[in-house]
Design a protein around this ligand. Structure first.
Ligand SMILES: C[S@@+](CC[C@H](N)C(=O)[O-])C[C@H]1O[C@@H](n2cnc3c(N)ncnc32)[C@H](O)[C@@H]1O
Length: 241
């Protein structure tokens, strides 16, 4: 991929304006998706429209997890974990650096995903507290990874929980791709989906992936008509693009 086809980050003031914290992160909130009413505990990211772009695709199979081993990186509330269980993933690894998010995600998957038809094995949900892959079980391979990272490129708060959820920036993605490439976690043919917008440094993110040997393609580009462009990238291990 020619990195220059990706938009540069929006102006700093616009990024900060778009991501100004609501001030309610440390309270209990609610979220509804797919008819599921979910309580969002303090500190856990409340999903937004970008999050739902992943949830919709996991449930529909556009990001196919059925019968596969799926790693939900930065799972937060765990709606994608529950969607994958509903879709019929073999295994789902609910991974987050925030222990309360991991516990919530695992609970939500067990509570929300409908029972599998008789004779079909239910999804095994693995709750994993890890700093990216530091803490992920050795000798475990996965077929699909998704990550809606806190990729916003400008600091929008001093609160470390807001930073963790929103604006850790491209350096986190550098660690993500370095660890994916350096550890034997991706099964042959594995797909890695990352979603981010031009409130992040998209060129730097993709450059990190390419530097670690991944091939990149744009699976989806969404224009929100307010200057924000969201990209869903699909990365595969292999020849450089
Ligand atoms: C934008 S939220 C996405 C949450 C959820 N996947 C969604 O789409 O609603 C980013 C998530 O990444 C997690 N996170 C931040 N840094 C991380 C790290 N170093 N390792 C693992 N997870 C991390 C945060 O705790 C948060 O849950």
């Amino acid at each position: 991929m020619d990195l220059l086809t990706l938009p540069p980050p929006l102006p700093a003031e616009r990024i900060v304006e778009l991501n100004r914290p609501k001030g309610d992160l440390h309270t209990t909130r609610s979220y509804r998706w797919n008819g599921w009413d979910i309580e969002v505990p303090p500190g856990v990211f409340r999903p937004g429209l970008t999050s739902a772009m992943i949830f919709d695709r996991v449930l529909s199979g556009e990001i196919e997890v059925r019968g596969r081993r799926y790693l939900a990186m930065g799972c937060g509330l765990g709606v994608e974990v529950a969607a994958a269980a509903a879709r019929g993933a073999a295994d789902v690894y609910a991974v987050d650096v925030h222990p309360a998010s991991v516990a919530t995600a695992a609970d939500n998957a067990r509570r929300l995903a409908p029972a599998r038809p008789a004779g079909e094995r239910s999804t095994r949900v693995h709750a994993v507290v890890a700093d990216v892959l530091d803490g992920f079980p050795q000798d475990t391979r996965v077929d699909v990874v998704t990550f809606n990272p806190p990729a916003v490129s400008r600091p929008v708060s001093d609160d470390p929980d807001v930073v963790r959820n929103v604006c850790a920036g491209a350096p986190l993605l550098e660690r993500f791709f370095a660890q994916l490439a350096g550890r034997d976690v991706l099964a042959p043919g594995a797909e890695v989906y990352v979603i981010a917008s031009n409130t992040a440094d998209l060129r730097e993110i993709v450059a990190h992936a390419v530097a670690h040997g991944f091939t990149s393609e744009v699976a989806l580009r969404h224009d929100w008509d307010d200057g924000v462009l969201t990209y869903l990238f699909r990365f595969t291990a292999g020849a450089r693009a």
